[in-house]
Design a protein around this ligand. Structure first.
Ligand SMILES: Cc1ncc(C[n+]2csc(CCOP(=O)(O)OP(=O)(O)O)c2C)c(N)n1
Length: 355
């Protein structure tokens, strides 16, 4: 396990939030907190949409904001192999918000509008994709991202530079063979790959408890058999998460080899709208962080309230705008599904001509 990488002592004289040995400066705490709150209000508005008929199925990331915001701010964002590739899952909204996604983008996909930038209103919510940021389309079929991740990492290894592949999934999905494929492909002797494998461990796979299925408490324990270093972090703690991600990315960038992170997180609104999305009462990373920021003196309650008000207004305005947007057109139903191919002998140019 890499050495703890805490902020230098002289920096600690400034206001900030401490967690164990680690310290995050106030300015960064405020930035992370705003992202977390904006992502939360977007999701909570989307849950309401699922109940009001402005959208249908909801799935998303309330409870994962602390870790995900830290991840999004540390991504080397851009297009092509010189930058990081992201193979995300459907709970990564705060990562996308941290990278610069507007709340209306998530809300438009929930509202299935033609203006949805990820799928033109044709996919589930939180199924992000953005070519300009190397965000590979999120799949509803869980865990396939772990079989795809070695592909972008191979390209990055051949390309050179320090771009890495970041792949994220839940702990239940890690039971699937795709996860093991990633372990094997990222550790072939002489062909190791710069892949950061992240498991967001909320303790549940829909309604199946983690402890009833897995003999390992954390998926990173499986990395030992493959020589992959790993770390377990409290994903509800933005300070711990920030530095765990920093260490993990530094390893992948410089060694050009894999690393495994388990982030222990809450599932604040259950699995999805299919289970009614009631509040679970689990630990809330935003409330916890606010308590720490208040006692560190880097923010006052009035300012916190204002951030919440602003985020709520932003989500409401995004919904009002999204509801004015046109719906997808029937003629687009098969468009953008597969990339055109000049080399496929059976369906050249465009697979969407399939019967
Ligand atoms: C291949 C596949 N099997 C099953 C499902 C149904 N399914 C959707 S989410 C889910 C649970 C996933 O749990 P976990 O991986 O822990 O992620 P979480 O949703 O808890 O974040 C299941 C079984 C699916 N979408 N794809």
């Amino acid at each position: 396990m890499p050495k703890k990488n805490s902020m230098p002592v002289k920096e600690r004289a400034k206001a900030g939030v401490e967690s164990g040995e680690e310290f995050l400066p106030g300015e960064l705490c405020l930035k992370l907190h705003r992202i977390m709150v904006r992502a939360r209000y977007m999701e909570e508005r989307m849950i309401k949409m699922s109940k009001s008929g402005e959208g249908f199925f909801w799935i998303g990331g309330p409870g994962e904001e602390a870790f995900n915001a830290c991840l999004g701010l540390q991504v080397k964002k851009g297009e092509g192999p010189a930058y990081d590739y992201l193979h995300l899952h459907y709970r990564n909204s705060a990562t996308m918000v941290a990278m610069g996604m507007e709340l209306i983008d998530g809300i438009s996909q929930m509202g299935m509008t033609f203006s949805d930038p990820f799928s033109v209103g044709r996919n589930f919510p939180s199924h992000f994709s953005r070519k300009a940021w190397n965000v590979v389309p999120v799949s509803s079929v869980i865990e396939v991202q772990f079989a795809m991740a070695p592909g972008t990492a191979i390209v990055q290894k051949r390309h050179g530079g320090d771009g890495v592949t970041i792949v994220v999934g839940g702990e239940a999905g890690a039971a699937e063979g795709d996860f093991t494929s990633c372990l094997i492909w990222s550790t072939r002797p002489g062909n190791e790959l710069p892949v950061l494998m992240i498991t967001m461990n909320n303790g549940w796979g829909i309604s199946t408890a983690h402890c009833s299925q897995h003999s390992c408490e954390y998926t990173s324990e499986r990395g030992k058999a493959f020589g992959i270093p790993g770390e377990v972090v409290d994903g509800n703690d933005p300070v711990a998460s920030w530095f765990a991600i920093e260490r993990a990315l530094a390893h992948c960038r410089s060694e050009r080899k894999p690393f495994m992170l388990d982030a222990v997180v809450s599932r604040l609104y259950g699995h999805s709208s299919s289970s009614g999305a009631p509040h679970s009462g689990e630990a809330d990373c935003i409330a916890q962080f606010e308590e720490k920021m208040l006692s560190a003196g880097i923010i006052e309650q009035g300012a916190i309230d204002q951030i919440h008000e602003d985020a709520k207004a932003e989500a409401e305005a995004a919904l009002a705008q999204a509801m004015k947007e046109p719906k997808p057109r029937i003629e687009d139903i098969e468009r953008f599904t597969y990339a055109p191919s000049d080399v496929d002998p059976v369906y050249p140019k465009d697979y969407t001509g399939l019967p």
